[in-house]
Design a protein around this ligand. Structure first.
Ligand SMILES: [Mn+2]
Length: 190
């Protein structure tokens, strides 16, 4: 859709409204899609709900199925300062009465706000941030080659000699980082 929008006569009028369930239905990483739309300046709206992969459009209560995906989504929206609509395109179980529907609606908003607090905690956690700093540390020799593409940069990268064995000996600590994230989400890091 982002590619299509760029071909329109008035692309500035058009953006996207991604929905959690529509991406999770096809087992796609929703946060990555949202980040791509954000980077393109096209995140005009967002539909928050939840969904099991491979099922019909379930529109489950936000955060009720994949809490970690919901966390990273909320963290992304808060970190970049998205201030557009946050729409819960979801509905309660058919088993609910009127009060149950209100429980569902409150739950959507409560989970968003809890995850927003968890994102603040994640960003302030010294051990998590130390691992991220280590993972994301840039090699000064490569820094000049990042960013916008040019054929000169491409040639320079092709000419580099990477020591595959040495590089692969360094663990990236994603298991530790992920477990710390789980501990945080489950309330085991104060
Ligand atoms: Mn839906």
């Amino acid at each position: 859709m982002l590619g299509f929008i760029a071909t329109l006569d008035h692309p500035e009028m058009v953006g996207v409204n991604p929905e959690v369930a529509h991406e999770h239905m096809a087992d796609i990483n929703f946060m990555h899609g949202v980040a791509q739309a954000w980077e393109a300046g096209k995140l005009f709206h967002i539909d928050l709900n939840d969904q099991y992969p491979g099922r019909y459009d379930q529109d489950l209560r936000f955060g009720s199925r994949d809490i970690k995906a919901a966390f990273y989504l909320v963290k992304f929206l808060e970190d970049v300062g998205y201030d557009g609509s946050k729409h819960y395109d979801a509905h309660a179980y058919r088993t609910e009465d009127y009060e149950g529907v209100k429980d569902f609606a409150r739950g959507c908003m409560r989970t968003y706000l809890m995850l927003k607090e968890k994102a603040v905690q994640f960003n302030a956690d010294p051990e998590i941030q130390a691992i991220l700093a280590e993972i994301n540390a840039e090699d000064p020799a490569l820094a000049a080659l990042f960013g916008k593409y040019s054929s000169e940069k491409a040639d320079a990268i092709k000419a580099l000699d990477f020591d595959r064995v040495a590089i692969s000996k360094r663990g990236l600590k994603y298991e530790r980082l992920d477990q710390l994230t789980i501990d945080l989400l489950l309330g085991m890091r104060s």
